[in-house]
Design a protein around this ligand. Sequence first.
Ligand SMILES: Cc1cc2nc3c(=O)[nH]c(=O)nc-3n(C[C@H](O)[C@H](O)[C@H](O)COP(=O)(O)OP(=O)(O)OC[C@H]3O[C@@H](n4cnc5c(N)ncnc54)[C@H](O)[C@@H]3O)c2cc1C
Length: 404
Amino acid sequence: MVTKPEAQHKPQAVVIGGGPAGLMAAEVLADRGVSVLLAEAKPTLGRKFLMAGKSGLNLTKDEPLDTLMSAYDEASDWLRPMVTEFGAPAIKDWARDMGQDLFTGSTGRVFPDAMKASPLLRAWLARLDGMDVARQVLWRWTGWQDGALRFDTPAGRQLLRPDATILTLGGASWARLGSDGSWATLLAERGVDLAPFQPANAAVSVSWSVHMQPQLGQPVKGVAFRAGRFASRGEAVISKRGLEGGGIYAVSRGVREGAPLLVDLAPDQSEAQIAARLGAAGTKASLSNRLRKAARLTPAQIALLNEFGRPLPPDPAQLAHVIKHLRIAHAGLRPMDEAISTAGGVARTALDDGLMLKALPGVYCAGEMLDWEAPTGGYLLTACLATGRWAGLAAARRLLPAQG
Ligand SMILES: Cc1cc2nc3c(=O)[nH]c(=O)nc-3n(C[C@H](O)[C@H](O)[C@H](O)COP(=O)(O)OP(=O)(O)OC[C@H]3O[C@@H](n4cnc5c(N)ncnc54)[C@H](O)[C@@H]3O)c2cc1C
C-alpha cells in the first residue's frame, strides 16, 4: 500500500475502483494537478485487467474510427467524442510510452508483445506512484453518510469528503475479481437511472448428448455464427457446458434478444457447391466420409451437424441446406457472472456531457459501469480507458476552472 502526504493547497479527488477506467481517471486528474486517492475493495488493483491478459490482452482495435465506433451500437453517438480523443492511436502511444511494445494482428486487434497485462499494469502503477496518487486497497465503498463517502476498511469505517468523486466500479460479471455490481443499489437509492445488468459476450448453455463427449474441449473453426442482426466468423470451443469463445460471444447479444442461433458449417462454400459435391460423391462411402471429403467438414463440425441436424436428409440439396443453416438448440446464455462483460448500468441520461451524475453533482462515472456494450476485440478496454480519461478530465476542469 502506498500513501502520500496530502497537499493542502490542491483540490482532492477520490477515485473508487482500481480497474483500467479508475487508473486512467486517476492518471489524468493527477496530471492536471489534482491530489488523488484511489480506493479499491480488493487486496490488489486491476484484477479483471490481469484476467483479461490471460488469453492475450487485446488493448484496442486498429481500424478507422467509424468502423470502431459502430461496435458500440446505440452508444456510439455519445461515446464518440471520448473515443475520438482517446481511441486506438492514442491508446497505442500511451501504452508505448509506458515501455510496452505492441503488435497488431491481421484483424487489427492490438496486443502488447508480452500478451499478458502484468507488465503494463506494473508500469502504470509505477507511473501513478510518481504522481500525486495515493492508493488504498481493501477499502470498500458502501455509499454516503451525512454527505461523505463511506468506506469499510481494515481500520474500520472511514468517511471522506473529496472535492470530486469518480466511480469506476466495473460491470457485474466475474464478481470474484471485484466487479460485483453491488454499487447499483447505492446509486439507485440516490435517484440515478440505471439499466438492468445483462450478460454480454457470453457463452451459450447446451446440454450435449453422450455422443458429444469425445468433442469436449475441441475448437470449432472455419464456421460462421448468426443470431438476428449479429454475425461472426470467429471460432468457438465445445465445452462441457455449451459453446464458448469469440465467435459465440460476438452473436450472444442476438441470442439474448431472442433470435435463433444458427451456424453455417461451410461459409466458404455455397449451398449449390456443397450439394453438387455431395451428389457427386454418391452413396457408396459412409455419410461421415462424404461430409468430410465432399463437404470438407472437420470432425467437430460433423459432430455438431449430427447433434443438431438429425435426422439428416439423404437428399444432397437438403443436406447442404442444413449444413449452411444449422440451428443450435441451446438453453440460453450462461449465467451473467461468467460473461466477459455486462450490458446495463448507469444510463446515459443520468449523466451530463462530462459523465457527471446529474443527481449527484461532483460525482462522475466511467468504464464498464456505464450502460454501453461492445463485442470483444479491444472495444471494451478502449471505451473503459476513453471514458475514464473523459470523466477525470471533466472533474479536473470543474476543480481547476482556470486551467480550462
Ligand atoms: C476473461 C476476460 C477477458 C477479457 N479480455 C479482454 C480483452 O482482451 N480486451 C478488452 O478490451 N476487454 C477484455 N475484457 C473486459 C475488460 O477486462 C473489462 O471491460 C474492464 O476490465 C472493465 O474495466 P473497469 O475499470 O470499468 O472495471 P473493472 O476492471 O471491473 O474494475 C472495477 C474495480 O472496482 C472495484 N470495486 C467494485 N466495487 C467496489 C466498491 N464498492 N468499493 C471499492 N472498489 C470497488 C473492483 O474490485 C474492481 O477492481 C475481459 C474480461 C474478462 C472477464
